[in-house]
Design a binder for this molecule. Structure first.
Ligand SMILES: Cc1cc2nc3c(=O)[nH]c(=O)nc-3n(C[C@H](O)[C@H](O)[C@H](O)COP(=O)(O)OP(=O)(O)OC[C@H]3O[C@@H](n4cnc5c(N)ncnc54)[C@H](O)[C@@H]3O)c2cc1C
Length: 482
Protein backbone atom coordinates (compact mmCIF):
# COMPACT_ATOMS: atom_id res chain seq x y z
CA UNK A 1 0.00 0.00 0.00
CA UNK A 2 1.57 3.34 -1.03
CA UNK A 3 1.00 6.09 1.46
CA UNK A 4 0.76 9.55 -0.05
CA UNK A 5 -0.04 12.13 2.61
CA UNK A 6 -2.95 14.19 1.35
CA UNK A 7 -2.40 17.87 0.70
CA UNK A 8 -3.72 20.00 3.51
CA UNK A 9 -6.36 22.21 1.96
CA UNK A 10 -6.30 25.99 2.22
CA UNK A 11 -9.44 25.86 4.29
CA UNK A 12 -9.72 22.76 6.46
CA UNK A 13 -12.85 20.67 5.82
CA UNK A 14 -15.45 20.23 8.56
CA UNK A 15 -15.44 16.49 7.97
CA UNK A 16 -12.95 14.04 6.49
CA UNK A 17 -14.00 10.57 5.30
CA UNK A 18 -11.36 7.88 4.74
CA UNK A 19 -12.58 5.26 2.25
CA UNK A 20 -15.20 5.58 -0.47
CA UNK A 21 -17.08 2.30 -0.21
CA UNK A 22 -20.88 2.57 -0.05
CA UNK A 23 -20.65 3.27 3.69
CA UNK A 24 -17.96 5.94 3.34
CA UNK A 25 -19.99 7.68 0.64
CA UNK A 26 -23.23 7.33 2.64
CA UNK A 27 -21.48 8.99 5.60
CA UNK A 28 -20.03 11.72 3.36
CA UNK A 29 -23.41 12.51 1.78
CA UNK A 30 -25.21 12.57 5.11
CA UNK A 31 -22.59 14.97 6.52
CA UNK A 32 -22.64 17.14 3.37
CA UNK A 33 -26.43 17.36 3.59
CA UNK A 34 -26.02 18.65 7.14
CA UNK A 35 -24.14 21.58 5.56
CA UNK A 36 -20.71 20.32 6.51
CA UNK A 37 -17.79 20.87 4.18
CA UNK A 38 -16.63 17.28 3.37
CA UNK A 39 -13.43 15.79 1.89
CA UNK A 40 -13.16 12.06 1.05
CA UNK A 41 -9.80 10.28 0.78
CA UNK A 42 -9.77 6.94 -1.04
CA UNK A 43 -6.66 4.77 -1.35
CA UNK A 44 -7.58 3.00 -4.60
CA UNK A 45 -7.43 4.74 -7.95
CA UNK A 46 -11.19 4.37 -8.44
CA UNK A 47 -13.79 5.15 -5.80
CA UNK A 48 -16.52 2.73 -4.72
CA UNK A 49 -14.93 -0.07 -2.63
CA UNK A 50 -17.25 -3.07 -3.00
CA UNK A 51 -19.28 -1.28 -5.72
CA UNK A 52 -16.94 -1.19 -8.72
CA UNK A 53 -17.58 -2.48 -12.23
CA UNK A 54 -14.71 -3.36 -14.57
CA UNK A 55 -13.96 -5.25 -17.79
CA UNK A 56 -12.39 -8.07 -15.79
CA UNK A 57 -12.52 -10.83 -18.40
CA UNK A 58 -12.73 -9.37 -21.94
CA UNK A 59 -13.31 -5.91 -23.44
CA UNK A 60 -17.04 -5.17 -23.65
CA UNK A 61 -17.89 -7.55 -20.76
CA UNK A 62 -18.64 -5.52 -17.60
CA UNK A 63 -18.26 -7.48 -14.36
CA UNK A 64 -18.89 -6.25 -10.84
CA UNK A 65 -15.67 -6.74 -8.92
CA UNK A 66 -17.63 -7.36 -5.67
CA UNK A 67 -21.35 -6.74 -5.09
CA UNK A 68 -24.03 -7.25 -7.77
CA UNK A 69 -27.30 -8.24 -6.11
CA UNK A 70 -29.00 -5.42 -4.25
CA UNK A 71 -32.01 -6.34 -2.11
CA UNK A 72 -30.41 -4.52 0.83
CA UNK A 73 -30.07 -1.33 -1.19
CA UNK A 74 -33.71 -1.65 -2.23
CA UNK A 75 -34.91 -1.82 1.40
CA UNK A 76 -32.34 0.59 2.88
CA UNK A 77 -33.73 3.71 4.60
CA UNK A 78 -30.50 5.53 3.63
CA UNK A 79 -30.89 4.80 -0.09
CA UNK A 80 -34.59 5.66 0.11
CA UNK A 81 -33.44 9.14 1.22
CA UNK A 82 -30.47 9.38 -1.18
CA UNK A 83 -32.87 8.53 -4.05
CA UNK A 84 -29.98 7.58 -6.43
CA UNK A 85 -30.77 9.50 -9.63
CA UNK A 86 -29.36 7.65 -12.66
CA UNK A 87 -29.62 4.23 -11.02
CA UNK A 88 -32.07 1.75 -12.56
CA UNK A 89 -32.78 -1.49 -10.72
CA UNK A 90 -33.49 -4.52 -12.92
CA UNK A 91 -35.41 -7.16 -10.98
CA UNK A 92 -35.47 -10.68 -12.44
CA UNK A 93 -38.70 -12.65 -12.54
CA UNK A 94 -37.34 -15.14 -9.97
CA UNK A 95 -35.58 -13.64 -6.90
CA UNK A 96 -33.24 -16.62 -6.57
CA UNK A 97 -33.15 -20.30 -7.44
CA UNK A 98 -31.57 -23.36 -5.89
CA UNK A 99 -30.99 -26.34 -8.20
CA UNK A 100 -30.86 -29.93 -6.99
CA UNK A 101 -29.61 -33.07 -8.74
CA UNK A 102 -31.96 -34.53 -11.34
CA UNK A 103 -33.02 -31.19 -12.88
CA UNK A 104 -35.14 -30.15 -9.89
CA UNK A 105 -34.95 -26.67 -8.30
CA UNK A 106 -36.49 -24.61 -5.53
CA UNK A 107 -37.14 -20.98 -6.39
CA UNK A 108 -38.51 -17.90 -4.69
CA UNK A 109 -40.66 -15.55 -6.70
CA UNK A 110 -43.72 -13.43 -6.08
CA UNK A 111 -45.62 -13.59 -2.81
CA UNK A 112 -45.12 -15.95 0.14
CA UNK A 113 -48.29 -17.80 -0.93
CA UNK A 114 -47.04 -18.19 -4.52
CA UNK A 115 -43.70 -19.62 -3.42
CA UNK A 116 -45.33 -21.79 -0.74
CA UNK A 117 -47.58 -23.28 -3.41
CA UNK A 118 -44.47 -24.69 -5.17
CA UNK A 119 -43.25 -26.42 -2.01
CA UNK A 120 -45.86 -29.19 -1.70
CA UNK A 121 -45.92 -30.67 1.82
CA UNK A 122 -43.88 -27.71 3.10
CA UNK A 123 -46.28 -25.03 1.90
CA UNK A 124 -47.79 -24.48 5.35
CA UNK A 125 -44.42 -24.39 7.16
CA UNK A 126 -43.14 -21.86 4.60
CA UNK A 127 -46.16 -19.62 5.07
CA UNK A 128 -45.78 -19.85 8.87
CA UNK A 129 -42.10 -18.91 8.73
CA UNK A 130 -42.25 -16.01 6.28
CA UNK A 131 -45.88 -14.85 6.29
CA UNK A 132 -45.93 -12.81 9.54
CA UNK A 133 -42.51 -11.23 8.89
CA UNK A 134 -43.24 -10.32 5.27
CA UNK A 135 -46.61 -8.84 6.34
CA UNK A 136 -44.69 -6.40 8.59
CA UNK A 137 -41.51 -6.24 6.53
CA UNK A 138 -41.14 -2.43 6.64
CA UNK A 139 -40.99 -2.40 10.43
CA UNK A 140 -38.80 -5.51 10.68
CA UNK A 141 -36.28 -4.38 8.05
CA UNK A 142 -36.10 -0.84 9.48
CA UNK A 143 -35.33 -2.28 12.91
CA UNK A 144 -32.79 -4.82 11.64
CA UNK A 145 -30.97 -2.24 9.52
CA UNK A 146 -30.68 0.17 12.46
CA UNK A 147 -28.16 -0.54 15.23
CA UNK A 148 -29.76 -3.49 17.04
CA UNK A 149 -29.27 -1.72 20.35
CA UNK A 150 -31.75 0.97 19.42
CA UNK A 151 -35.03 0.26 21.26
CA UNK A 152 -37.41 -1.42 18.76
CA UNK A 153 -40.51 0.54 17.78
CA UNK A 154 -42.46 -2.74 17.62
CA UNK A 155 -41.13 -4.93 20.46
CA UNK A 156 -43.65 -7.77 19.99
CA UNK A 157 -42.96 -8.01 16.28
CA UNK A 158 -39.22 -7.99 16.89
CA UNK A 159 -39.58 -10.67 19.57
CA UNK A 160 -41.38 -12.81 16.98
CA UNK A 161 -38.60 -12.12 14.46
CA UNK A 162 -35.99 -12.99 17.12
CA UNK A 163 -37.66 -16.31 17.91
CA UNK A 164 -37.52 -17.30 14.25
CA UNK A 165 -34.16 -15.75 13.52
CA UNK A 166 -31.90 -16.52 16.46
CA UNK A 167 -31.70 -20.33 16.26
CA UNK A 168 -29.24 -22.06 13.95
CA UNK A 169 -30.40 -22.55 10.37
CA UNK A 170 -30.41 -26.33 10.90
CA UNK A 171 -33.05 -25.90 13.69
CA UNK A 172 -35.18 -23.66 11.51
CA UNK A 173 -35.06 -26.32 8.78
CA UNK A 174 -36.49 -28.98 11.14
CA UNK A 175 -40.00 -27.74 10.39
CA UNK A 176 -39.49 -28.65 6.71
CA UNK A 177 -39.43 -32.08 5.05
CA UNK A 178 -38.72 -31.68 1.32
CA UNK A 179 -35.20 -31.44 -0.10
CA UNK A 180 -36.32 -28.32 -1.98
CA UNK A 181 -37.50 -26.28 1.03
CA UNK A 182 -34.60 -27.38 3.25
CA UNK A 183 -32.04 -26.56 0.55
CA UNK A 184 -33.67 -23.20 -0.10
CA UNK A 185 -33.24 -22.25 3.59
CA UNK A 186 -29.66 -23.56 3.65
CA UNK A 187 -28.67 -21.43 0.65
CA UNK A 188 -30.06 -18.31 2.33
CA UNK A 189 -28.46 -19.12 5.69
CA UNK A 190 -25.07 -19.75 4.08
CA UNK A 191 -24.84 -16.01 3.23
CA UNK A 192 -23.80 -15.71 6.90
CA UNK A 193 -20.49 -17.44 5.97
CA UNK A 194 -20.85 -19.36 9.26
CA UNK A 195 -21.47 -23.04 10.01
CA UNK A 196 -25.22 -23.55 9.64
CA UNK A 197 -25.32 -25.21 13.06
CA UNK A 198 -24.45 -21.85 14.73
CA UNK A 199 -27.03 -19.59 16.42
CA UNK A 200 -27.93 -16.54 14.36
CA UNK A 201 -27.56 -18.24 10.96
CA UNK A 202 -31.34 -18.54 10.79
CA UNK A 203 -31.55 -14.72 10.82
CA UNK A 204 -29.85 -14.54 7.42
CA UNK A 205 -32.42 -16.93 5.96
CA UNK A 206 -35.37 -15.04 7.42
CA UNK A 207 -34.06 -11.56 6.54
CA UNK A 208 -32.86 -12.33 3.00
CA UNK A 209 -35.92 -14.50 2.30
CA UNK A 210 -38.12 -11.60 3.36
CA UNK A 211 -36.38 -9.22 0.93
CA UNK A 212 -36.87 -11.80 -1.86
CA UNK A 213 -40.63 -11.47 -1.35
CA UNK A 214 -40.76 -7.72 -0.81
CA UNK A 215 -38.33 -6.23 -3.36
CA UNK A 216 -37.02 -9.23 -5.32
CA UNK A 217 -33.25 -9.46 -5.76
CA UNK A 218 -32.41 -6.74 -8.28
CA UNK A 219 -29.18 -5.82 -10.07
CA UNK A 220 -28.23 -2.32 -11.21
CA UNK A 221 -28.39 -1.64 -14.93
CA UNK A 222 -24.83 -1.16 -16.19
CA UNK A 223 -23.26 -2.51 -12.99
CA UNK A 224 -22.92 -1.61 -9.32
CA UNK A 225 -20.53 1.25 -10.14
CA UNK A 226 -23.62 3.25 -11.20
CA UNK A 227 -24.55 3.44 -7.47
CA UNK A 228 -21.21 5.07 -6.75
CA UNK A 229 -21.51 7.41 -9.76
CA UNK A 230 -24.86 8.60 -8.43
CA UNK A 231 -23.54 9.17 -4.91
CA UNK A 232 -20.48 11.00 -6.30
CA UNK A 233 -22.71 13.27 -8.41
CA UNK A 234 -24.75 14.14 -5.34
CA UNK A 235 -21.60 14.76 -3.31
CA UNK A 236 -20.19 17.05 -6.02
CA UNK A 237 -23.52 18.90 -6.01
CA UNK A 238 -23.17 19.38 -2.26
CA UNK A 239 -19.65 20.78 -2.71
CA UNK A 240 -17.75 17.75 -1.30
CA UNK A 241 -14.31 16.80 -2.65
CA UNK A 242 -13.25 13.20 -3.40
CA UNK A 243 -9.52 12.40 -3.69
CA UNK A 244 -8.45 8.97 -5.00
CA UNK A 245 -5.04 7.26 -4.86
CA UNK A 246 -4.52 8.44 -1.25
CA UNK A 247 -3.86 5.57 1.17
CA UNK A 248 -4.05 6.90 4.72
CA UNK A 249 -1.79 5.07 7.16
CA UNK A 250 -1.95 7.48 10.11
CA UNK A 251 -4.60 9.91 11.39
CA UNK A 252 -1.88 12.58 11.50
CA UNK A 253 -1.86 12.60 7.66
CA UNK A 254 -5.37 14.03 7.58
CA UNK A 255 -6.25 17.71 7.56
CA UNK A 256 -7.65 19.06 10.81
CA UNK A 257 -11.43 18.65 10.92
CA UNK A 258 -14.33 18.51 13.35
CA UNK A 259 -15.30 14.99 12.24
CA UNK A 260 -13.18 12.08 10.95
CA UNK A 261 -15.13 9.14 9.50
CA UNK A 262 -13.24 5.91 8.86
CA UNK A 263 -14.65 3.41 6.35
CA UNK A 264 -12.06 0.88 7.54
CA UNK A 265 -11.92 -2.34 9.58
CA UNK A 266 -10.94 -2.18 13.30
CA UNK A 267 -7.52 -3.64 12.43
CA UNK A 268 -6.79 -0.57 10.29
CA UNK A 269 -8.27 1.83 12.84
CA UNK A 270 -5.77 0.48 15.37
CA UNK A 271 -2.81 0.93 13.07
CA UNK A 272 -3.93 4.39 11.89
CA UNK A 273 -4.54 5.67 15.43
CA UNK A 274 -1.45 4.12 17.11
CA UNK A 275 -1.22 4.98 20.79
CA UNK A 276 -4.14 7.41 20.63
CA UNK A 277 -6.38 4.39 21.38
CA UNK A 278 -6.24 3.55 25.12
CA UNK A 279 -4.91 0.04 25.87
CA UNK A 280 -8.26 -1.32 27.13
CA UNK A 281 -10.15 -0.23 24.00
CA UNK A 282 -7.30 -1.50 21.81
CA UNK A 283 -7.61 -4.92 23.46
CA UNK A 284 -11.37 -4.96 22.80
CA UNK A 285 -10.85 -3.97 19.15
CA UNK A 286 -8.12 -6.60 18.79
CA UNK A 287 -10.62 -9.24 19.96
CA UNK A 288 -12.87 -8.43 16.98
CA UNK A 289 -13.16 -11.62 14.88
CA UNK A 290 -12.81 -11.75 11.12
CA UNK A 291 -14.56 -14.57 9.27
CA UNK A 292 -13.81 -16.98 6.46
CA UNK A 293 -12.69 -15.60 3.11
CA UNK A 294 -14.10 -15.95 -0.36
CA UNK A 295 -12.64 -17.12 -3.66
CA UNK A 296 -14.30 -15.43 -6.65
CA UNK A 297 -14.25 -16.22 -10.36
CA UNK A 298 -15.75 -14.18 -13.23
CA UNK A 299 -16.50 -15.48 -16.69
CA UNK A 300 -17.33 -14.08 -20.10
CA UNK A 301 -19.74 -16.49 -21.83
CA UNK A 302 -20.72 -16.93 -25.46
CA UNK A 303 -24.33 -17.72 -24.45
CA UNK A 304 -26.63 -18.20 -21.44
CA UNK A 305 -25.79 -20.90 -18.87
CA UNK A 306 -27.58 -24.14 -19.86
CA UNK A 307 -29.16 -24.77 -16.44
CA UNK A 308 -31.04 -28.07 -16.34
CA UNK A 309 -33.72 -26.54 -14.10
CA UNK A 310 -35.76 -23.92 -15.92
CA UNK A 311 -36.19 -21.62 -12.87
CA UNK A 312 -32.42 -21.04 -12.83
CA UNK A 313 -32.62 -19.40 -16.27
CA UNK A 314 -35.02 -16.71 -15.00
CA UNK A 315 -33.01 -15.33 -12.09
CA UNK A 316 -29.79 -13.41 -11.47
CA UNK A 317 -28.90 -15.36 -8.32
CA UNK A 318 -28.40 -19.08 -7.90
CA UNK A 319 -27.41 -20.95 -4.75
CA UNK A 320 -25.34 -23.95 -5.72
CA UNK A 321 -24.36 -26.77 -3.45
CA UNK A 322 -27.16 -29.33 -3.41
CA UNK A 323 -29.06 -30.35 -0.32
CA UNK A 324 -29.14 -28.85 3.19
CA UNK A 325 -26.87 -31.66 4.37
CA UNK A 326 -24.34 -31.05 1.58
CA UNK A 327 -24.25 -27.30 2.19
CA UNK A 328 -24.00 -27.77 5.96
CA UNK A 329 -21.04 -30.12 5.41
CA UNK A 330 -19.34 -27.70 2.99
CA UNK A 331 -19.65 -24.72 5.36
CA UNK A 332 -18.44 -26.82 8.33
CA UNK A 333 -15.35 -27.84 6.34
CA UNK A 334 -14.52 -24.20 5.60
CA UNK A 335 -14.90 -23.27 9.27
CA UNK A 336 -12.54 -26.13 10.15
CA UNK A 337 -9.90 -24.65 7.83
CA UNK A 338 -10.42 -26.88 4.78
CA UNK A 339 -11.25 -26.29 1.12
CA UNK A 340 -14.36 -28.38 0.28
CA UNK A 341 -14.27 -30.58 -2.83
CA UNK A 342 -17.89 -29.57 -3.54
CA UNK A 343 -18.12 -25.98 -2.23
CA UNK A 344 -21.34 -24.07 -1.66
CA UNK A 345 -21.31 -21.33 -4.33
CA UNK A 346 -23.25 -18.13 -4.86
CA UNK A 347 -23.58 -17.73 -8.62
CA UNK A 348 -24.63 -14.42 -10.15
CA UNK A 349 -25.77 -13.98 -13.76
CA UNK A 350 -26.73 -10.28 -14.02
CA UNK A 351 -27.12 -10.33 -17.81
CA UNK A 352 -30.36 -12.32 -17.38
CA UNK A 353 -32.04 -9.05 -16.34
CA UNK A 354 -29.42 -6.54 -17.56
CA UNK A 355 -28.18 -7.46 -21.06
CA UNK A 356 -26.31 -4.11 -21.35
CA UNK A 357 -23.31 -5.59 -19.52
CA UNK A 358 -22.17 -7.79 -22.43
CA UNK A 359 -22.19 -7.72 -26.23
CA UNK A 360 -25.42 -8.92 -27.91
CA UNK A 361 -26.33 -12.50 -26.96
CA UNK A 362 -23.28 -12.86 -24.71
CA UNK A 363 -23.22 -12.98 -20.89
CA UNK A 364 -21.17 -12.21 -17.79
CA UNK A 365 -21.30 -14.58 -14.85
CA UNK A 366 -19.57 -14.80 -11.50
CA UNK A 367 -19.43 -17.22 -8.62
CA UNK A 368 -17.79 -17.19 -5.25
CA UNK A 369 -17.35 -19.82 -2.59
CA UNK A 370 -16.22 -19.65 1.01
CA UNK A 371 -12.63 -20.57 1.90
CA UNK A 372 -10.52 -20.39 5.08
CA UNK A 373 -9.25 -16.87 5.94
CA UNK A 374 -6.19 -15.79 3.96
CA UNK A 375 -6.52 -18.72 1.52
CA UNK A 376 -4.44 -18.66 -1.64
CA UNK A 377 -6.12 -21.76 -3.11
CA UNK A 378 -7.59 -21.44 -6.60
CA UNK A 379 -11.11 -22.98 -6.43
CA UNK A 380 -11.91 -22.41 -10.14
CA UNK A 381 -12.04 -26.10 -11.09
CA UNK A 382 -14.21 -27.05 -8.11
CA UNK A 383 -16.64 -24.19 -8.76
CA UNK A 384 -16.87 -25.04 -12.47
CA UNK A 385 -17.50 -28.70 -11.53
CA UNK A 386 -20.40 -27.56 -9.33
CA UNK A 387 -21.86 -25.50 -12.19
CA UNK A 388 -21.43 -28.43 -14.65
CA UNK A 389 -23.30 -30.61 -12.13
CA UNK A 390 -26.43 -28.49 -12.58
CA UNK A 391 -25.75 -27.05 -16.06
CA UNK A 392 -24.03 -29.68 -18.23
CA UNK A 393 -22.14 -28.08 -21.13
CA UNK A 394 -21.38 -24.86 -19.20
CA UNK A 395 -17.60 -25.02 -19.79
CA UNK A 396 -18.12 -25.02 -23.59
CA UNK A 397 -19.50 -21.47 -23.34
CA UNK A 398 -16.54 -19.94 -21.48
CA UNK A 399 -14.61 -17.39 -23.58
CA UNK A 400 -12.91 -15.47 -20.74
CA UNK A 401 -12.03 -16.02 -17.06
CA UNK A 402 -10.73 -13.91 -14.17
CA UNK A 403 -10.11 -15.35 -10.69
CA UNK A 404 -9.33 -13.78 -7.29
CA UNK A 405 -8.09 -15.85 -4.34
CA UNK A 406 -9.01 -14.61 -0.83
CA UNK A 407 -5.79 -12.64 -0.39
CA UNK A 408 -6.49 -10.76 -3.64
CA UNK A 409 -9.98 -9.90 -2.38
CA UNK A 410 -8.24 -8.26 0.59
CA UNK A 411 -5.91 -6.39 -1.77
CA UNK A 412 -9.03 -5.02 -3.49
CA UNK A 413 -10.26 -3.52 -0.21
CA UNK A 414 -8.19 -3.79 3.00
CA UNK A 415 -11.53 -3.96 4.87
CA UNK A 416 -11.94 -7.56 3.62
CA UNK A 417 -9.41 -8.95 6.10
CA UNK A 418 -8.26 -12.39 4.92
CA UNK A 419 -10.90 -12.21 2.17
CA UNK A 420 -13.80 -11.76 4.65
CA UNK A 421 -16.28 -9.78 2.54
CA UNK A 422 -18.30 -8.72 5.61
CA UNK A 423 -15.29 -7.07 7.35
CA UNK A 424 -16.01 -9.15 10.43
CA UNK A 425 -17.50 -12.56 11.20
CA UNK A 426 -21.28 -12.68 11.63
CA UNK A 427 -21.14 -14.53 14.94
CA UNK A 428 -24.25 -14.02 17.06
CA UNK A 429 -22.33 -11.60 19.29
CA UNK A 430 -20.90 -9.60 16.40
CA UNK A 431 -24.30 -9.43 14.73
CA UNK A 432 -25.62 -7.59 17.78
CA UNK A 433 -22.48 -5.84 19.06
CA UNK A 434 -20.16 -4.67 16.32
CA UNK A 435 -17.19 -3.99 16.56
CA UNK A 436 -17.17 -4.14 20.39
CA UNK A 437 -19.79 -4.52 23.12
CA UNK A 438 -20.96 -0.92 23.37
CA UNK A 439 -24.09 1.16 23.08
CA UNK A 440 -22.14 3.61 20.85
CA UNK A 441 -20.87 1.36 18.04
CA UNK A 442 -19.78 4.16 15.68
CA UNK A 443 -17.73 6.14 18.24
CA UNK A 444 -14.04 5.38 18.67
CA UNK A 445 -12.22 6.29 21.90
CA UNK A 446 -10.79 9.34 20.06
CA UNK A 447 -13.15 12.33 20.24
CA UNK A 448 -14.44 13.30 16.80
CA UNK A 449 -13.25 10.04 15.15
CA UNK A 450 -15.91 7.54 14.05
CA UNK A 451 -15.94 4.11 12.43
CA UNK A 452 -18.47 3.80 9.57
CA UNK A 453 -17.52 0.58 7.73
CA UNK A 454 -19.42 -2.72 7.65
CA UNK A 455 -17.51 -3.63 10.82
CA UNK A 456 -20.25 -1.56 12.53
CA UNK A 457 -24.03 -2.23 12.66
CA UNK A 458 -25.84 -3.51 10.73
CA UNK A 459 -22.83 -5.25 9.10
CA UNK A 460 -22.03 -6.36 5.54
CA UNK A 461 -23.92 -5.53 2.37
CA UNK A 462 -24.62 -2.51 0.21
CA UNK A 463 -27.18 -0.61 2.28
CA UNK A 464 -25.15 2.42 3.38
CA UNK A 465 -26.67 2.12 6.87
CA UNK A 466 -23.31 1.88 8.68
CA UNK A 467 -22.21 5.17 7.10
CA UNK A 468 -25.58 6.77 7.65
CA UNK A 469 -25.67 5.68 11.32
CA UNK A 470 -22.12 6.92 11.97
CA UNK A 471 -22.78 10.26 10.29
CA UNK A 472 -25.97 10.75 12.31
CA UNK A 473 -24.01 10.03 15.51
CA UNK A 474 -21.45 12.69 14.52
CA UNK A 475 -24.14 15.22 13.58
CA UNK A 476 -25.81 14.68 16.95
CA UNK A 477 -22.46 15.16 18.75
CA UNK A 478 -21.96 18.45 16.87
CA UNK A 479 -25.37 19.59 18.05
CA UNK A 480 -26.64 20.12 14.50
CA UNK A 481 -30.40 19.67 14.07
CA UNK A 482 -31.01 16.61 11.83
C1 LIG B 1 -17.01 -10.76 -3.99
C2 LIG B 1 -17.99 -9.94 -3.22
C3 LIG B 1 -19.35 -10.03 -3.52
C4 LIG B 1 -20.27 -9.28 -2.81
N1 LIG B 1 -21.59 -9.34 -3.18
C5 LIG B 1 -22.49 -8.53 -2.57
C6 LIG B 1 -23.81 -8.43 -3.08
O1 LIG B 1 -24.14 -9.02 -4.12
N2 LIG B 1 -24.69 -7.61 -2.43
C7 LIG B 1 -24.32 -6.88 -1.32
O2 LIG B 1 -25.15 -6.16 -0.75
N3 LIG B 1 -23.05 -6.93 -0.85
C8 LIG B 1 -22.13 -7.72 -1.45
N4 LIG B 1 -20.83 -7.73 -1.03
C9 LIG B 1 -20.47 -6.99 0.19
C10 LIG B 1 -20.36 -5.50 -0.05
O3 LIG B 1 -19.57 -5.24 -1.18
C11 LIG B 1 -19.73 -4.85 1.19
O4 LIG B 1 -20.44 -5.24 2.34
C12 LIG B 1 -19.77 -3.33 1.09
O5 LIG B 1 -19.06 -2.89 -0.05
C13 LIG B 1 -19.15 -2.72 2.35
O6 LIG B 1 -19.06 -1.33 2.18
P1 LIG B 1 -18.00 -0.48 2.99
O7 LIG B 1 -18.15 0.92 2.54
O8 LIG B 1 -18.14 -0.77 4.44
O9 LIG B 1 -16.56 -1.07 2.58
P2 LIG B 1 -15.88 -1.23 1.16
O10 LIG B 1 -16.90 -1.29 0.10
O11 LIG B 1 -14.91 -2.34 1.28
O12 LIG B 1 -15.07 0.12 0.96
C14 LIG B 1 -13.99 0.50 1.76
C15 LIG B 1 -13.18 1.51 0.97
O13 LIG B 1 -12.25 2.12 1.84
C16 LIG B 1 -10.99 2.19 1.19
N5 LIG B 1 -9.98 2.20 2.23
C17 LIG B 1 -9.81 1.29 3.22
N6 LIG B 1 -8.75 1.63 3.98
C18 LIG B 1 -8.28 2.79 3.48
C19 LIG B 1 -7.19 3.65 3.84
N7 LIG B 1 -6.40 3.36 4.87
N8 LIG B 1 -6.96 4.77 3.11
C20 LIG B 1 -7.78 5.08 2.06
N9 LIG B 1 -8.79 4.29 1.66
C21 LIG B 1 -9.05 3.16 2.37
C22 LIG B 1 -10.96 0.91 0.35
O14 LIG B 1 -10.03 1.02 -0.71
C23 LIG B 1 -12.39 0.84 -0.16
O15 LIG B 1 -12.57 1.57 -1.34
C24 LIG B 1 -19.85 -8.44 -1.75
C25 LIG B 1 -18.50 -8.31 -1.47
C26 LIG B 1 -17.56 -9.04 -2.20
C27 LIG B 1 -16.09 -8.85 -1.93
Amino acid sequence: MNSTPPQVRDSSPDAVVVGSGPNGLAAALTLARADLNVAVYEGAHTPGGGCRTEELTLPGFFSDVCSTVHPLLAVSPFFARAALPGVTLRTPEVAFAHPLDGGRAAAVSGSVAETAATLGTDARAYRRLFGPIVDHSDDVLDAVLAPLLAPPRHPLLMARFGLRALPPLTWLARAFRSDEARALLAGLGAHSIRPLTEPGTGAFAVLLGTTAHTVGWPVVQGGSARIVDSLLDQLAGAGAEVHTGRWITGLDQLPTSRVTMLDVAPRELLSMAGDRIPARSARALNRYKYGSGVFKIDWALSGPVPWAAEACRRTATIHLGGTLEQITASEAEVAAGHHPARPFCIVVQPTVSDPTRAPDGKHVLYAYCHVPPGSKVDMSERIEDQIERFAPGFRDLVIGRHAMVATEIERHSPNYVGGDINAGAATLRQTIFRPTVTARPYHTPIPGVYLCSSSTPPGGGVHGMCGYGAARAAIKDLGIAP
